[in-house]
Structures are given as C-alpha cells and as structure tokens.
Design a protein around this ligand. Structure first.
Ligand SMILES: [Zn+2]
Length: 219
C-alpha cells in the first residue's frame, strides 16, 4: 500500500535542514507514492520493515525529481560552477537523481555497475575518465553507508577526487553524518527516513502473518 496522504507521510519522513520547499517535498513524496507500507525484506540483510522508500516512484515525476535534485544541491552549499565535475552514481534508482543533477550542473555522468545482489561495484560503465577530476557521489537512499563506501573506493581507484557525497534520503541522518566525518568527506542528505527495522524473530509483520516482499525487487 502506498501512503498518499501528506500528513501521514510527515509522520514517517522528515525533511532535514533549512529547505525552502519543505511542504512541496513532502507533497511530492505523497503524490508519487514513494513511501510504501507493508512487510518488506530489506536488501541490506535479513531485516524486515513495515515501511519502504521507493525513490524510483518519486523520480518518475519529472517536476518532483527536479525539485529533489535542486533542493539537495542547494542544501549542499557546493559551487555550481565546476567545469571538470563528474557526477558518479550506481546504475540503480540513484542514477535517476544523478542524471538530473548532472543535467542541471552541466556535468558529466558516470555510473558504476551493480552485482547480482543489486549492490554497487567499483567497475565503471562507459568510458568517462575520472582521473584528476572532482567527483560528486550521488545516491537515492543510504541505510548502512556500505554502497557509499564502494562508490568512494570506485572514485579513488579511478583517480578521481571525491568532492562531496549527496544522498536524497538517509535512514539515520546522524549515522550518515558520522560516516562523513569518519571518512573526512563533506556531504548532505535531504530527507530522514527513520523506518524501524526488525529481525524476523521480532517483526510485527511476521507475527501478523503478512506476505513478505523483497525490497530489492521493488526498487
Ligand atoms: Zn517480518
């Protein structure tokens, strides 16, 4: 079931920082049905959740995608002018955000391949050279930051210089910010998605006998 009521969305999702279009961003999440409620098996492991954020739904609305990208870049405080910048993302829903940002900034886009589990690898698709250039790492939603670790390694292995890490949503904003500090990186997240996750033994969805949907297949 998709949560279409903005007030209900606001119960589960919060917009970080001083964002101009706060209400509009929440409305975009509601109208595009980006938050699903149900019983989901998360791709990050064997955890279950009653809520799942589908950036792909939001990104299918051209205006909502443009607003998300615009606000995210604005919140980052980065300089728009950077002639050599590369935007780097995994070839998943994050690529839709990265493509929009690259287009707005007049930057080149580079994507990394996914493995069989739909996790990013360090292997680049295409031939955009990263060597010596500022690399803006972009993803849709970060949970454990492990995909971001891989993207940072990919940029560095191809001799790119990581400029910043921008994500639309973070499961736990504090964890994302601590990860930035630990890695001496700068970056920004726009939306907090503090969805509770459960081991199967403690999962209310399992207790109720709800069908379990693999989140990876929805994304
Ligand atoms: Zn469960």
């Amino acid at each position: 079931m998709l949560i279409r009521d903005p007030n209900e969305v606001e119960r589960w999702v919060s917009i970080d920082g001083a964002i101009r279009n706060r209400k509009k961003l929440l409305a975009d999440i509601a109208t595009t049905g980006a938050v699903a409620r149900g019983h989901f098996l998360l791709s990050s492991g064997d955890l279950h959740s009653a809520l799942f954020f589908r950036f792909r739904h939001l990104a299918q609305d051209k205006d909502a995608l443009a607003r998300a990208a615009g606000e995210l870049f604005e919140a980052s405080g980065l300089d728009r002018r950077s002639s050599e910048r590369i935007v780097l993302a995994p070839e998943s829903a994050g690529a839709m955000l990265a493509d929009q940002l690259a287009h707005e900034l007049g930057a080149a886009l580079a994507l990394v391949r996914l493995d069989d589990g739909r996790r990013p690898t360090k292997s680049l698709l295409g031939k955009t050279p990263l060597s010596g250039r500022p690399v803006l790492i972009v993803n849709d939603v970060t949970t454990s930051q492990s995909a971001l670790d891989t993207l940072v390694s990919a940029a560095r292995e191809h001799d790119g210089q990581v400029e910043a890490v921008l994500v639309y949503g973070a499961l736990k904003r504090d964890d994302f910010n601590r990860w930035l500090v630990k890695n001496a990186l700068i970056g920004t997240s726009l939306v907090s998605l503090p969805f509770e996750r459960f081991a199967a033994s403690h999962c209310p969805g399992c207790r109720e006998g709800l069908p379990l949907l693999p989140a990876a297949e929805l994304n």
